[in-house]
Design a protein around this ligand. Structure first.
Ligand code: MV4
Length: 502
């Protein structure tokens, strides 16, 4: 059984994992880069270990440093979180070799799913529907032309080593096929050191719907239903929710079964996600598998009532799953908003800086997974995610209203954040109706950006007028209160009352 867990990550996810470890009574080791010394995950842990300079390439991404930290602190297990080393097959293998439990799948599953062409072939063989297209990397350009003629334009050219939208190309005309294949190959070579590309039929206006799965080391595999992640911008998810408005009970059941089949095909163990692309006629195709805990795992936790990190730890310990598929159901509706330190009206430019003031929403149906506090400086070296705001409601309508209330209460000053932008999404007709796909943000640009810019201008004028009015009134009023009294008002109030009692 695991005696001490090293969390090879930072930020909100490191804190989230540590919270479950604390509940389970498992000692924690935090690792940190130089700039992260004052970070929340380091404060939260009872044992900490510095793994080097601030750039992640010199700290959180260095396998030797993480292994050294585990050995020095006597940690017998490592949780990689998401990003960094979480989907690195060599890291999973190295942990095994060092006798350390990697809380995640083995190298075989990570490598098979990490190479998209191998993943497509493996899924086809298992009977999982994939987008029509090639099953081998493109080596013969004439063959590429033949295949595109067969499936018809438009098509997508994708890098086998890519994923998450990296190295993708849309081809609309036959004469663009060969130049696009060549360009994609050289791009893939430069980005991933691997020039293998494949071709898929282009699915217009798709939904991105993914299924959460859990699998133990004894062959038991279950799914925990779907997450609708179609609100994205440049392949960065902005909002996630469950259940999806698109799925019918029949399609949901079928996709869940297929997701389990997909995981079994790579002898998967741990928590994982099967991503599907779904068209308007509810045809669904396997897109890729994420062999890690995901940023949006929280909405599943809320609606299915399962602590996914706790399940990951039990699985890593070799315990059989105690959850049974037939006992699982989706209770109500959950939505997550990702709060970023960014300027949404300036091309979503990251805005790291010092947090001056934070006031988080509270109350029924609210969860915040965050890590920042007043005076904390968000480092420039990592993802600018500040917090995830997760709400639950009995119905989707209630969840949206609760999210609006929570965003209204959420105040962060000192840096720019995406809170206002998220509030506009909660007011967008297509979001509220649930009729949206992956083009939602671009289709609603006027509402989400420009039109509201006018309102902001009016609001700014109103704020200025109020301020000047306030300044001109100051001092004129006899009963105006001193904003910085020399004696605490608590103290003077106490004195007054004690005198009154006499
Ligand atoms: C596609 C597609 C249409 N047809 N593949 C983008 C991220 C990567 N996981 C795959 N992506 C897409 N693949 C075919 N054959 C459209 C997208 C896509 C997309 C997918 C999910 C969520 C948002 C998206 C935004 C643009 C394009």
């Amino acid at each position: 059984m695991i005696k001490k867990i090293l969390i090879a990550n930072r930020g909100e996810i490191a804190v989230r994992i540590m919270r479950t470890c604390r509940e389970l009574g498992i000692p924690i080791v935090a690792v940190y880069s130089e700039v992260d010394r004052p970070s929340m995950h380091v404060r939260y842990a009872e044992e900490v270990y510095c793994i080097g300079p601030s750039p992640s390439s010199e700290s959180y991404l260095v396998i030797d440093k993480i292994i050294e930290a585990a050995k020095k602190t006597g940690a017998d297990a490592i949780h990689p979180g998401y990003g960094f080393l979480s989907e690195n097959a060599a890291f999973s293998e190295r942990c095994k070799k060092e006798g350390i439990i990697f809380i995640g799948p083995d190298a075989y599953a990570i490598a098979t799913m990490g190479d998209k062409i191998t993943a497509r072939k493996t899924m086809l063989k298992a009977g999982v529907p994939v987008v029509p297209g090639t099953t081998e990397s493109i080596t013969d350009e004439n063959k590429a032309i033949e295949i595109v003629k067969e499936i018809g334009v438009p098509v997508m050219i994708k890098a086998s080593a890519g994923g998450g939208g990296k190295g993708m190309r849309l081809v609309k005309k036959m004469e663009d096929v060969i130049p696009s294949v060549r360009a994609a190959q050289s791009e893939a070579k430069a980005a991933f050191g691997n020039d293998a590309v494949y071709i898929e039929k282009y699915i217009a206006s798709p939904h991105h719907i993914e299924f959460q799965i859990l699998a133990d080391k004894h062959g038991n595999t279950i799914h925990l239903f779907e997450r609708e992640c179609s609100v994205q911008r440049r392949h960065q998810k902005v909002i996630e929710e469950t259940p999806s408005c698109l799925l019918t009970p029949e399609v949901r059941k079928k996709m869940g079964e297929i997701a389990v089949t997909a995981a079994k095909a790579v002898k998967y163990h741990g928590a994982g996600t099967i991503e599907f692309i779904v068209d308007n006629d509810l045809n669904f195709y396997f897109l890729e598998m994420n062999t890690r805990l995901q940023v949006e795992h929280t909405v599943t936790e809320r609606v299915v009532g399962v602590d996914l990190v706790k399940e990951q730890i039990n699985i890593a310990n070799g315990l059989p799953l105690t959850l049974k598929q037939e006992n699982l159901f989706q209770d109500g509706h959950s939505i997550q908003c990702r709060i970023y330190a960014e300027d949404t009206d300036n091309n979503f430019m990251p805005c790291p800086g010092i947090i001056r003031h934070v006031r988080e929403p509270h109350g029924f149906g609210i969860r915040i997974d965050g890590y920042v506090f007043e005076g904390f400086e968000i480092p420039i070296y990592y993802d600018p995610l500040i917090a995830k705001l997760i709400v639950w409601g009995k119905t989707r309508d209630e969840a949206i209203k609760r999210m609006k209330r929570a965003l209204y209460e959420y105040k962060i000053t000192g840096i720019k954040t995406s809170i206002k932008f998220l509030e506009r999404i909660m007011d967008a007709k297509d979001f509220v109706s649930g009729k949206y796909n992956t083009h939602f943000i671009e289709n609603n640009e006027v509402f989400l950006f420009e039109s509201r810019a006018d309102n902001n201008f009016q609001r700014d004028i109103a704020a200025m007028v109020a301020y000047f009015d306030y300044q001109s009134q100051r001092g004129k009023n006899d009963i105006a209160e001193d904003l910085n009294p020399a004696v605490s008002e608590w103290k003077s109030y106490g004195r007054k009352t004690s005198m009154m009692r006499l």
